[in-house]
Design a protein around this ligand. Sequence first.
Ligand code: PGA
Length: 218
Amino acid sequence: MKKIFIVANWKSNKTESEAKEWLTRFKINDPSSDKEIIICPSFTLLPILKSYILNHKSSIKLGTQDISLFEEGSYTGEVNGKQIKEFADYVIIGHSERRKNLNESDKMLEKKVLMAKKYKLNPIFCIQSEKTKIPKDVEIVSYEPIFAIGTGYPDTPESAENISKSVKDNSGIATVLYGGSVTSENVSSFTKMQNVSGVLVGKASLDPVEFMHILLYA
Ligand code: PGA
């Protein structure tokens, strides 16, 4: 049976009290071992999530939504790999929102992947199409067509399957996820595809009940 990755990308959402409320309502502490659940909150929420995981002996993993290009030092505003590794095992790199709003270039993203690897963080590298450049050493890719992100109009499972297969064939990467308007209603149509190894969920992960249903049906 293939391992299914379910990644919650909270983006720039939730205050401390909202995150605590999400955790109070989230009732799956011990997901089955064939599912890797990764929550990627804002940096400010990492301590709360980490203590929840420790207190509940939960197998949930944490990820961040960015990593600094730089090592620790005089880089105002940056959060570096060494700091992230205290909390997280994964880092989302190359999301289209950052490429667009923060002008992240292929070159920067390549450096971020290197930095993640250096601190033993596993990059979840987002591609917007088959043509997106994938830096070397990436082991998890998430295919996220821009038209599907936050629109309520996901790509078709067949298209996600074709792109996943072609990424695997061309790059040898074993784990390709799909992201873009995933909900509890459509998640199984993606995860049942042979070459789709899971989903990256934005908006629908903000509601703990909807996210629990996604985990259930994935
Ligand atoms: P969405 O976001 O689930 O809200 O469409 C997905 C993403 O940003 O990858």
